[in-house]
Design a protein around this ligand. Structure first.
Ligand SMILES: *[C@@H]1O[C@H](CO)[C@@H](O)[C@H](O)[C@H]1NC(C)=O
Ligand SMILES: *[C@@H]1O[C@H](CO)[C@@H](O)[C@H](O)[C@H]1NC(C)=O
Ligand SMILES: *[C@@H]1O[C@H](CO)[C@@H](O)[C@H](O)[C@H]1NC(C)=O
Length: 431
């Protein structure tokens, strides 16, 4: 059953309210629950203040056509803008972090950053929200601040998931997401990016991920810091581990995984990034430009290096000390593919379309960046999943920004009053 309704948000909200009044017990209506075909969900969350006055910075970005359309031609859904992203070091090459930060920045909603100059992320690879303070809209005394409320809309930090504490920290309707990566690849990536060689007995020198993978138990005994090297994704997700970061109890682990499955709106898998992002887009009711990313440089370690490190022997060795991460990864990989199947056949066509747009943009940006003689924009044609839109050179810069650059932009916006020089309104939905 493909929904043919095209409604704007006000109408949708009144429909929602009417439905709620009629049934009085309906809290959640999923149009596709039994049909098994296309999406999607009317989520009866009335508390969506950001829907009232969505605004965009005129930051070289035209109003986002995909957001405007909000896929209402395909399915009914309500935009979600509150999102909490939990991630382990090395698990995603910053792609999703930059996507979420850009989303929050362009929508002018609150994207938090830690108050602490020195966080425990450097010691362990992730923070403990118990001991770490995050900026709130009025959390820092600045006479110039102009924020309107206290909500943290976007949280994207390497912080350990803590159900109870985070429930207090974030809005009730926040969507929790995480991204997992093949455990041995995550380790190798983190080894390179976090200079893990420094975290082992330097006399003995673990110079490469290969050396570690040849004999993980030995290197674990030679560790000189608390930096996470075992079951790191599970640790960040708050699974019960013992003091050596090994599984504490099998049943408790399974229970915790089941709990995560129900707490989290979506667990993305790095190996299936495009599919994961399209699932995210559909779940959050976002547009295609919201999930686009442009990576100018090849992330380290290279694909060939990862392949070389993933010999059967290395995987066997690594599994011995990362059994929880493998359980978690395999469980959520299965979940992802079950969800993809439930989306119906047009899901794969949408992924294909997304890939085409991404490669067109990558090709354009490679020639356009710093080459002012080249075309000022490329035109992305309209399809079933997106309206026609221009991708400009300025957007290449914005979509290519790294985590570091986003962090300084967020700080700059937070600490200056000139944060919204050219506010423009989001055009009305076309109905
Ligand atoms: C570090 O490695 C060296 C050489 O293998 C060894 O002699 C020494 O005891 C190790 N130090 C610690 C603290 O384990
Ligand atoms: C993920 O699950 C799918 C479907 O069961 C399977 O085909 C694939 O091999 C799995 N991927 C990994 C990396 O384990
Ligand atoms: C790009 O835009 C600039 C400024 O609007 C204009 O001067 C230039 O001719 C344009 N370049 C191309 C190749 O269209």
């Amino acid at each position: 059953m493909k929904s043919l309704f095209r409604l704007d948000e006000k109408k949708l909200m009144s429909l929602v309210i009417v439905l709620a009044a009629m049934t009085s017990v309906v809290t959640y209506l999923n149009l596709s629950e039994n049909s098994g075909v296309t999406h999607h969900v009317i989520d009866l969350e009335v508390d969506q203040p950001e829907l009232d006055k969505p605004t965009y910075m005129d930051d070289g970005m035209p109003p986002n056509p995909a957001v405007v359309q909000r896929d209402l031609s395909h399915y009914l859904c309500i935009l979600h803008t509150n999102v909490v992203y939990i991630y382990a070091p090395g698990a995603d090459s910053e792609i999703l972090h930059c996507i979420l930060t850009r989303f929050g920045y362009l929508k002018d909603i609150f994207v938090t950053i830690p108050v602490n100059k020195r966080s425990s992320a450097k010691d362990r690879g992730y923070d403990d929200v118990r001991s770490t303070q995050y900026l709130r809209p009025s959390g820092v005394t600045s006479p110039l601040r102009v924020y309107r409320e206290e909500t943290i809309n976007v949280f994207s930090r390497p912080a350990r998931y803590d159900r109870e504490i985070m429930k207090e920290m974030f809005p009730e309707n926040a969507r929790y997401i995480t991204m997992l990566r093949r455990p041995i690849h995550r380790f190798a990536a983190d080894f390179v990016s976090s200079r893990l060689d420094k975290h082992f007995n330097t006399t003995a020198k673990a110079e490469s991920p290969k050396m570690y993978l040849d004999n993980p138990e030995y290197w674990e005994s030679q560790k000189t810091t608390s930096y996470c090297t075992r079951n790191c994704m599970s640790a960040v997700l708050g699974l019960p581990l013992d003091e050596t970061m090994d599984m504490r109890d099998f049943q408790a682990t399974l229970d915790a995984i089941t709990q995560l499955d129900s707490d989290f709106a979506l667990v993305l898998i790095y190996e299936y990034l495009d599919q994961s992002l399209v699932l995210l887009k559909r779940h959050m009711c976002w547009g295609v430009t919201d999930i686009m990313h442009y990576v100018a440089t090849t992330p380290l370690p290279k694909k060939e290096t990862l392949a070389r490190l993933s010999t059967e022997e290395h995987i066997r060795n690594f599994r011995r000390v990362n059994s929880v991460d493998y359980l978690v990864y395999d469980y959520f990989n299965q979940t992802l593919w079950r969800r993809i199947k439930a989306e119906g056949p047009d899901f794969h066509k949408e992924v294909e379309n997304f890939r085409n747009i991404q490669s067109q943009v990558a090709k354009y940006c490679r020639t356009a960046v710093d080459n002012w003689a080249s075309a000022n924009k490329t035109v992305i044609v309209g399809t079933t999943w997106n309206e026609k839109f221009d991708f400009t050179r300025k957007m290449c810069y914005m979509f290519g920004r790294e985590k570091r650059e986003w962090d300084s932009l967020l700080k700059e916006r937070y600490f200056t009053s000139k944060r919204r020089p050219y506010k423009i309104s989001l055009p009305k939905l076309k109905v």
